[in-house]
Design a protein around this ligand. Structure first.
Ligand code: PLP
Length: 508
């Protein structure tokens, strides 16, 4: 596959004058035959360079100046008729209905200018509550006046009620919640802990922080933990730290069957699944402990922060002692009674990681809004998914019926693609303002890393997972994106994936 950076002539669909602009040209295709991306239920379109179709303007397709034509009975691009009307009527995917090459030309004119890391401002209620805490100055969670409960204790009480847990502890970060959960169930130096091969650094990091060793379990094409691999490795550890990575929930019923049969304690990493559920049961309520992150890029935003829930009173008492309660545990509102603390207080170390009243104050109103935010995320997710579906070479990750998900990010697979071709898709989407992350990238980049990047853990070989990781493309979906933004992003991805896919086919 060749790529060059020469100026190319680009004619915009619907424009009468071809324009000239500098663009990264796609890999050159043979001049005789190009298959365009069909939409669901459509036939493929074949562009034949140099062929005229009544009234169609000269076009540059795939870096080669040609005239568009169509085989299979449809004009390409449409100069009139229902597809043009669809464009006029603002059908968000009208450009896609032109077929891949036309979509590419049409979308060549489009750039996305939004910011993939910009979250929404905090709700006014959160700002008011934060100002109130700053005015009285009692920011430490145990610094309370009179009968005051404190923002942190109230947050814990409210979140426990929201997910139906007996106990809740708010802490300094999601990673801290994970490490605390491991300590609270007695994981110690030298122990092995099962976890996902497809997750992010804080998960194996939490395991390593207690001196334990991660044992990775593979990932499936659904981007969930490979339950067959889990069953095969079940004898190797007594704890599973299950990461619902990027919000994908596995068959939790089957997972619990495997773990219960093997006596494995499940700690759920719900950093990406606050607000999600499996068969109506909230994520975090299937295992012995659920851990959440309230860091800026998650579903509620306090900059940093974490929550831990459990129904087990000893685990709750230990976690509270671990977080640094200085024997002030009676000030908690979602904690077990004093007898549970009496049993653990002298042999549980203080490893300070408390949450403060300021962060709790801004989280409480956000938790009240969570359902509404989930609806908004999912509208965006579905718009993206609809725009990407049926792109040749691209696999959409199907969501099971039992799963209530939160579409705060979207993943798709470029399975078995050559790495250079994947990189080219990323580069070209990036040049058009669409930031994609790739789990196949050889070196960890920003938040994205892979199990073989974590070299403090013993090296493990997971060839089936390597194949899947090499194809995972990941994109944030902040709520600052409008639905139109999502339609535009999907058009850009679709056009670039189609272009490179066709070129790959041509090269092979
Ligand atoms: C999968 C996963 N688990 C856990 C965490 C830990 O969250 P925190 O950043 O709050 O420590 C993160 C954070 O990015 C994450 O992505």
């Amino acid at each position: 596959m060749t790529v060059n950076d020469t100026p190319v002539s680009v004619a915009h669909a619907g424009a009468s004058e071809p324009c000239s602009k500098t663009a990264r040209t796609p890999p050159i295709m043979p001049r005789d035959k190009r298959v365009c991306a069909p939409r669901h239920g459509e036939n493929s379109l074949i562009i034949q360079p140099g062929t005229h179709v009544g009234g169609a303007m000269p076009r540059c397709v795939m870096g080669v100046t040609c005239r568009a034509s169509l085989v299979n009975g449809r004009q390409h691009p449409p100069s009139s008729g229902p597809q043009r009307s669809a464009l006029r009527q603002n059908d968000p995917f009208a450009a896609l209905d032109l077929g891949g090459a036309a979509a590419h030309d049409f979308a060549m004119t489009e750039h996305f200018t939004g910011n993939f890391t910009q979250q929404e401002p905090l709700p006014e209620e959160a700002i008011t509550a934060a100002v109130e805490v700053m005015r009285h100055g009692r920011i430490h969670r145990y610094n309370l006046a009179g009968a005051e409960a404190g923002e942190v204790a109230l947050l814990e009480q409210e979140f426990a009620a929201q997910v139906g847990a007996k106990y809740c502890l708010a802490v300094a970060s999601g990673g801290y919640a994970l490490a605390t959960a491991l300590r609270a169930v007695g994981v110690a130096h030298g122990d092995k802990v099962l976890t996902n091969a497809f997750t992010l650094a804080p998960v194996p990091g939490a395991i390593a922080s207690v001196g334990a060793e991660p044992v990775y379990v593979g990932v499936t094409e659904d981007l969930t933990i490979d339950l067959a691999d889990l069953a095969a490795k079940a004898g190797q550890a007594r704890v599973l730290m299950l990461s619902h990575m990027r919000g994908h929930l596995c068959d939790m019923d089957r997972l619990l069957e495997i773990c219960d049969a093997a006596g494995i304690i499940v700690i759920e990493d719900c950093a990406h699944t606050m607000g999600a559920a499996w068969n109506g049961v909230p994520s975090g309520r299937h295992g012995a402990i659920g851990c959440y992150s309230c860091q800026t890029y998650k579903h509620v935003n306090s900059g940093e922060g974490g929550l831990l829930i459990t129904d087990d009173e000893e685990v709750a008492a230990r976690a509270i002692m671990l977080s640094g309660s200085y024997m002030l545990y009676s000030r908690h509102l979602a904690a077990p009674g004093p007898e549970a603390f009496e049993r653990v207080k002298y042999d549980t170390p203080n490893i300070s990681g408390r949450m403060d009243n300021l962060r709790a104050a801004i989280l409480r109103p956000q938790l009240r809004d969570l359902d509404a935010q989930v609806t908004r995320w999912n509208e965006r997710y579905r718009m993206l998914e609809a725009g990407l579906r049926d792109t040749p070479g691209l696999t959409v990750v199907e969501r099971p019926e039992q799963e209530t998900y939160v579409g705060s990010s979207i993943q798709f697979l470029l399975l078995d693609w050559a790495p250079e071709a994947v990189q080219e898709v990323l580069t070209r989407c990036g040049a058009r303002g669409v930031e994609l992350k790739w789990f196949g990238v050889p070196e960890p980049v920003a938040f994205t890393s892979r199990y073989d990047s974590w070299r403090y853990a013993p090296a493990q070989s997971l060839p089936d997972s390597d194949r899947i990781l090499a194809g995972i493309i990941d994109m944030r979906v902040p709520l600052t994106f409008s639905l139109e933004d999502c339609a535009l992003i999907a058009r850009i991805i679709r056009a670039e994936v189609s272009a490179i896919w066709q070129a790959q086919g041509a090269d092979s």
